[in-house]
Design a protein around this ligand. Structure first.
Ligand code: PLP
Length: 281
């Protein structure tokens, strides 16, 4: 398969990363995962906008502008003949002798790949179980960094407990999933954690908020508790790869059961329509 190294599309076997790349030594880098529907990258601009913002937060210089990167990613997925799936891009702070102190605004090292993937439709119809556990991550969860140990450890824990996703809380305040945002519905009102330093402001999250508002539902972006999660009528997660996936049961620190209700189904339907509208068929 073909991959991207900076602005070169080349075969994967040609790419070698230095052992003193700061991404490898420190997890010093950022990434994005974008969905491909019908051979087209959906919400590419939003993802590249967040990529640029995260680069700025970490003081890594983008070697090319967003339009150049967009063209390269489009070329990559076309060369790999992806019809449905994802394109993954990451940028590290590049190679320098291993030391904690970083130089500001050094040009990042970009790699990207694309792969075919089937979106998990069955989970979206039947719902999933989630494992509720403590959020052990750092305090800059707004940065989409490749440092993901706090996320991968709770994902392992969730899977060991026969759950598809982990839902995290800090001192009883529900934050998000290991690789998704979380929404609950109570008495017809939709709630989700505000876009602060404690969560990643998901592109799917933002799309869902927009679609809900267009349908006359105001989403309450305020912190909510484990108790509120436990007592919710509906609950669902959102992410690029999982789209909108209902939660039918929560176990772990709380126990809850949820119906795949009217609002979850409405938003799933709106999301599908919105993708169709944005992607030329
Ligand atoms: N929150 C975390 C921690 C994530 O890793 C992700 C995506 O991987 C999301 C939320 C959802 O973000 P998006 O909708 O942009 O995929």
């Amino acid at each position: 398969s073909y991959v991207l190294l900076n602005n070169q599309i080349t075969e994967r076997k040609n790419v070698k990363i230095d052992i003193e790349d700061r991404g490898y030594n420190f997890g010093d880098g950022i990434y994005e995962v974008m969905p491909i529907y019908n051979k087209q990258v959906f919400t590419m601009e939003e993802h590249l906008q967040r990529f640029e913002e995260c680069a700025a937060k970490l003081e890594i210089k983008m070697p090319f502008d967003k339009a150049t990167i967009a063209n390269l990613l489009n070329e990559l997925k076309t060369k790999n003949e992806i019809t449905e799936g994802i394109v993954y891009i990451q940028m590290t702070r590049g190679v320098s002798p291993r030391a904690h102190l970083y130089e500001r605004n050094v040009e990042g090292l970009i790699t990207a790949f694309s792969r075919q993937m089937v979106f998990p439709k069955e989970q979206q119809q039947k719902g999933i179980r989630v494992y509720v556990t403590e959020d052990i991550r750092w305090l800059r969860c707004d940065i989409k960094t490749i440092n993901l140990l706090g996320n991968t450890m709770v994902k392992r824990e969730a899977t060991d407990n026969d759950c598809k996703e982990a839902v995290m809380h800090r001192n009883g305040t529900v934050t998000e999933g290991s690789s998704s945002n979380l929404f609950i519905v109570k008495n017809g009102t939709i709630h989700t954690h505000p876009a602060t330093n404690l969560i990643l402001n998901g592109i799917t999250r933002q799309t869902v908020i927009k679609l809900a508002e267009q349908n006359g539902y105001n989403i309450v972006e305020e912190a909510f508790s484990l108790e509120q999660l436990k007592n919710a009528d509906e609950a669902f997660i959102t992410s690029t790869t999982q789209e909108i996936t209902p939660i039918i049961q929560a176990i772990g620190e709380i126990n809850g059961t949820y119906s795949i209700g009217k609002l979850t189904k409405m938003l799933q339907n709106e999301f599908t329509q919105y993708v169709k509208k944005c992607i030329n068929n």
